[in-house]
Design a binder for this molecule. Structure first.
Ligand SMILES: [Zn+2]
Length: 57
Protein backbone atom coordinates (compact mmCIF):
# COMPACT_ATOMS: atom_id res chain seq x y z
CA UNK A 1 0.00 0.00 0.00
CA UNK A 2 1.33 3.41 -0.96
CA UNK A 3 0.18 6.30 1.18
CA UNK A 4 -0.15 9.91 0.13
CA UNK A 5 -0.92 12.95 2.26
CA UNK A 6 -4.62 13.81 2.03
CA UNK A 7 -5.65 10.27 1.13
CA UNK A 8 -8.69 8.79 2.87
CA UNK A 9 -8.31 5.30 4.32
CA UNK A 10 -10.74 2.92 6.00
CA UNK A 11 -9.78 0.63 8.87
CA UNK A 12 -11.21 -2.86 9.41
CA UNK A 13 -12.00 -2.07 13.03
CA UNK A 14 -13.60 1.24 13.98
CA UNK A 15 -11.90 3.70 16.29
CA UNK A 16 -13.23 4.17 19.83
CA UNK A 17 -15.44 6.98 18.48
CA UNK A 18 -16.98 4.44 16.04
CA UNK A 19 -15.65 6.16 12.93
CA UNK A 20 -13.50 4.01 10.67
CA UNK A 21 -12.34 6.59 8.16
CA UNK A 22 -9.09 8.53 8.46
CA UNK A 23 -7.06 11.05 6.52
CA UNK A 24 -3.33 10.54 6.00
CA UNK A 25 -1.51 13.62 7.24
CA UNK A 26 2.11 12.49 7.16
CA UNK A 27 3.92 9.71 5.35
CA UNK A 28 7.31 8.04 5.71
CA UNK A 29 8.45 4.99 7.67
CA UNK A 30 5.72 5.93 10.13
CA UNK A 31 2.35 7.07 8.87
CA UNK A 32 0.33 9.67 10.71
CA UNK A 33 -3.44 9.52 10.32
CA UNK A 34 -6.28 11.64 11.65
CA UNK A 35 -9.64 10.19 12.68
CA UNK A 36 -12.68 11.66 10.94
CA UNK A 37 -14.89 11.05 13.95
CA UNK A 38 -12.97 12.59 16.82
CA UNK A 39 -10.02 14.31 15.14
CA UNK A 40 -7.43 12.32 17.06
CA UNK A 41 -4.09 11.86 15.37
CA UNK A 42 -2.34 8.51 15.50
CA UNK A 43 1.11 7.59 14.26
CA UNK A 44 2.09 4.02 13.47
CA UNK A 45 4.62 2.11 11.40
CA UNK A 46 3.59 1.58 7.78
CA UNK A 47 3.70 -2.22 8.10
CA UNK A 48 1.27 -2.08 11.02
CA UNK A 49 -1.13 0.23 9.21
CA UNK A 50 -1.08 -2.03 6.14
CA UNK A 51 -2.60 -4.80 8.25
CA UNK A 52 -5.31 -2.59 9.72
CA UNK A 53 -6.80 -0.98 6.67
CA UNK A 54 -9.28 -2.22 4.12
CA UNK A 55 -7.57 -2.38 0.78
CA UNK A 56 -9.46 -2.09 -2.45
CA UNK A 57 -7.53 -4.83 -4.21
ZN1 LIG B 1 -11.86 8.59 16.47
Amino acid sequence: MRYQVGMIITTKKPHVCKSNTWTVIRTGADIKIKCHGCGREVMMPKVELDKKIKQDK
